[in-house]
Design a protein around this ligand. Sequence first.
Ligand SMILES: [Zn+2]
Ligand SMILES: [Zn+2]
Length: 317
Amino acid sequence: MKAVFFDGTLKIIDMEIPRRKEHEVLIRISKAGICNTDHEILKGYVPGFTGIPGHEFLGHVQEAENRSLIGRRVTGEINCACGKCDYCAAGLGRHCPDRSVIGIMDHPGAFAEYICIPESTVVEIPEHIPDSRAIFIEPLAAACEILEQIEIPSQSRVLLIGDGKLALLIGLVVSSTGADLTVVGKHENKLSFLEESNIRTVLLTDFVREPYDIVIEASGSSSAFGLAVECTKPRGTIVLKSTCAENLDFNPSGIVVNELMLVGSRCGRFKDARAFIEKGNPRLEKLITKAFPLGRALDAFRESEKKDTIKVILKNE
Ligand SMILES: [Zn+2]
Ligand SMILES: [Zn+2]
């Protein structure tokens, strides 16, 4: 099969179709989304990463012990947990110390024709959700995770920093709480997606700094952290969503003096994201800038890095 492979440089290679182990399913991948995390991996976010990247995917089950899954359109939870430890028992497999993470840590990723994943992580896609929306389940789950971690009362003022792929999804999720949301970004064409959903947006150049109850930093850039601290009310909360390869260089006294609460936030439950799509019918397909065949993955990566690009999809059909 064809696969995208990273070993310090990104290339396309031919390799054997993976063999299904016990309790795993073999999936033929139909679509995969390129995410900011993939770019950060190429920059060194996961030291020593070698292998197939990619963790946002859809496909059809080819082989499974559970015969009823065969032929089903599915995606898979990104974290493959042990199922035995205290974290797993508490429903927190995302923090299982023995987990592997698809396309990120100790598990081959989805930029390939086939993938094997544990049957326990398979999430079925109902027929009425088109691929063009279902492909967003993984990043949307990461957006939904914020509501799992903190309460956003409808009377609260929330600032979201960022207008990239993940930030736009966070904008939709936070706005569903009824909170008074402002989104600050750098790209008019990206912010317009939220404007169409009646969400208030402002360009960074026009942004007036004032205190908010909750600030969500999802710009993907370490430099926005200072802005988040500056715009959070005393005793307010900052949610950090960016996974950056580089370190922060800033003075933390604003956090101490204003007694801010910092919440790190990573991935969430796929079922929450699927329910969000089913309930709200968000027009996620508008976020797809371009689709490339898997064989042109290197072009797709370049396209995905362009300033005006939102989501780039790899197709294997
Ligand atoms: Zn992702
Ligand atoms: Zn575990």
